[in-house]
Design a protein. Structure first.
Length: 651
């Protein structure tokens, strides 16, 4: 009898254990049906079932609790909110849900209909609950702060044993350093892991409420991750983050175009500004460094990134470095929509900081010919996946970012470093702080990320495009040719260029082919010098109190031109609808708008070319005319001597 009782007890215990083992830990939404009729209960239950069906399985499993859902009175603008573990929904929305009109009623928000907004509200509030519930195991707050700060600086690999394995569980989504970087709150350079307070990624937002704080950013983007089939294409970096975190992505996500749209900030108004880049065509990414000069804004150099883009049809490989006309430069700059650059405004954050995407040829000319600065193009050791992610992140930033430029704390080096961090997640970038461009290059090289080997031989580096020398050295070399062949009395290239153009003219007839080519290059330098002097004179006259009305009108036109060109670095201002990266359905409108703006800029530019020449002081205008005469004579001289020599190459 005792044996029979024990056998029955054992079987009952095994049955209970099997039932417990078979029960799944999961989130449960219980509807509080008090005061609801059958139709309201049915509509509410269908809404909650659809919300559960949309959630990632991992979230459902980890949120092992029951959440009570209740319809109640809330402010008109509030669709719902979490109160502890109760989800409260605005009762004024219940009639539309019950009779089905909410599915047709359009709203002004991105989700479209009243029903979709209700569904998004449920998901939004559950995201808040999940975000809070991520702090599982008890830990001393001081220890948590220490481990969190260490994880922000050294990454998980460098954590001490008492933090390793624990810290990943203690991060909520909204204080995960990686999420904060993508959201626009990266760690402050020199701030020991503390995030910055001002979020510059305010353009092309699906809902401005996401910028309220990181918690709302997580909840808003969780809605779109689950509900918008285009989210992966509009915000690829965040889609990847959520997908990796949950080990899952919505089945309805649409395939994305491999081409990413951007606006090319070229000064060539004959070329269409709207362009596309395919990350697969980027062979390498270089750290592009403009060496310092004596200008106060350039005393530590300038940080940029160079995208080595392969020409269409060329297989990705080393030969893509020859396709210079396709290479692009990512350059963070202060946008100065004014003729007068203020050092104080640069120090105090008055100017916007924006990511310009420029043709390499324009950047090379700007630094080597105009500013007479050397450019170093240092390859970065990035994996294929890191390069692709960096290019996508750069274009995302181009459309979303409009920050503040601070010469000492948020300059080109800081912005470039943060783009590298958010775009690549390379472990060597963790804990790297640098506010000076030259120091950033040294740090990248010291950590094995920048490859300085191609620059070891200066002549080879120049030939292969790893170095672009200042034209100052070329001008000096050409001047040395002149001194070898002609009995000139000047002892420096600066003294030669300071001569009036009329005094340089007689030497043209005495020059052989090689010397004529040297004279031509130097005369082009003289023309650039005169144009810079003319530009500065016109600016000073415009800013002066005694400027005549015509000068004022022309200066105002130039000022308008500077402001109107702002869309090239802030393309989000062109499109009023949509968020994130513009999709193919938006490209036609975008193309029409950019063409219209460009035509206007081209017209302003043509008018200014005529007006400015007339506004020059007579002495400056005569000197420019004389330089142009010299250039024409030299062009004829070089062609004539070349024909007489039988087309021999210059040596």
């Amino acid at each position: 009898m005792t044996h029979l009782f024990s056998l029955r007890s054992c079987c009952l215990l095994l049955l209970l254990l099997s039932l417990v083992a078979g029960a799944r830990a999961e989130l449960r939404l219980r509807l509080d049906g008090q005061g609801l009729d059958d139709a309201q209960r049915l509509a509410s239950r269908q809404l909650l079932d659809q919300a559960i069906a949309a959630l990632p399985p991992r979230l459902i499993e980890r949120l092992d609790r029951q959440v009570t859902v209740r319809w109640t009175a809330l402010p008109e603008a509030v669709h719902g909110r979490m109160a502890g573990e109760r989800l409260l929904l605005n009762r004024s929305l219940l009639p539309g849900l019950t009779d089905g009109s909410a599915r047709q009623q359009r709203t002004g928000r991105t989700h479209g209909t009243q029903y979709r907004e209700l569904l998004a509200t449920v998901l939004h509030e559950l995201a808040h609950l999940y975000d809070r519930a991520r702090l599982w195991s008890p830990i001393d707050r001081r220890q948590l702060a220490r481990c969190t700060r260490l994880a922000s600086t050294v990454g998980p690999v460098g954590l001490p044993d008492d933090c390793r394995g624990e810290i990943a569980r203690r991060f909520t989504l909204s204080d995960d350093p990686r999420l904060l970087e993508l959201a626009g709150w990266p760690q402050r350079i020199g701030g020991r892991g503390e995030p910055i307070s001002d979020n510059g990624q305010q353009e092309r937002s699906p809902d401005p409420y996401e910028l309220h704080n990181p918690r709302e950013f997580v909840a808003v983007n969780f809605e779109y991750f689950l509900l918008d089939p285009d989210y992966a294409c509009r915000r690829p970096s965040l889609h990847q983050y959520f997908s990796e975190h949950f080990g899952w992505q919505p089945a309805h996500a649409r395939p994305c175009s491999p081409r990413l749209p951007f606006l090319n900030a070229s000064r060539d108004y004959e070329k269409a500004p709207l362009a596309w880049i395919d990350p697969e065509r980027v062979y390498e990414v270089d750290y592009l460094f403009a060496e310092a000069n004596d200008n106060w804004v350039s005393r530590w150099g300038h940080s940029m990134l160079r995208l080595v883009v392969c020409a269409p049809g060329r297989p990705r490989g080393a030969d893509c470095r020859l396709d210079l006309e396709h290479h692009l430069v990512l350059s963070y700059r202060a946008f100065v929509g004014d003729l007068q650059l203020s050092s104080w405004d640069g120090l105090t954050g008055v100017y916007p900081s924006r990511l310009f995407i420029l043709p390499l040829s324009q950047v090379v000319d700007e630094y080597t010919k105009v500013e007479l600065r050397d450019l170093l193009s240092v390859p970065l050791r990035l994996s294929r996946a890191e390069q692709d992610a960096l290019v996508r992140r750069a274009v995302e930033t181009h459309w979303s970012y409009d920050g503040r430029y601070y010469f000492l704390t948020n300059n080109c080096a800081v912005e470039t470093l943060q783009l590298l961090r958010t775009g690549t997640t390379h472990p060597a970038l963790r804990g790297l702080d640098s506010v000076m461009p030259n120091a950033l290059l040294d740090s990248l090289a010291a950590r094995g990320l920048a490859d300085l080997a191609p620059l070891a031989d200066p002549r080879q580096a120049l030939r292969l495009g790893y170095r672009f020398d200042s034209f100052r050295s070329r001008y000096q070399a050409m001047f040395d040719v002149l001194r070898e062949q002609l009995p000139i009395t000047q002892h420096s290239v600066e003294a030669w260029l300071a001569l009036p153009a009329s005094e340089r003219l007689p030497w043209i007839a005495r020059a052989d082919l090689r010397t004529s080519a040297a004279l031509l290059l130097l005369e082009q330098a003289a023309q650039r010098q005169q144009l810079l002097l003319a530009q500065d004179e016109l600016k000073q006259r415009y800013l002066g109190e005694a400027a005549d009305p015509q000068m004022k009108r022309t200066g105002d036109t130039l000022q308008t031109m500077l402001v109107q060109a702002g869309f090239l670095s802030r393309p989000a201002e062109l499109l009023k609808n949509g968020y994130g990266l513009p999709q193919p359905a938006e490209w036609r409108e975008l193309n029409a708008l950019t063409e219209e703006r460009h035509r206007y800029l081209r017209q302003l530019s043509d008018n200014l070319d005529q007006d400015l020449r007339q506004l020059l002081l007579p002495q400056r205008r005569d000197e420019l005319n004389a330089v142009e005469t010299n250039l024409a004579r030299l062009g004829e001289r070089v062609r004539s001597l070349h024909r007489e020599s039988g087309g021999l190459q210059l040596r």
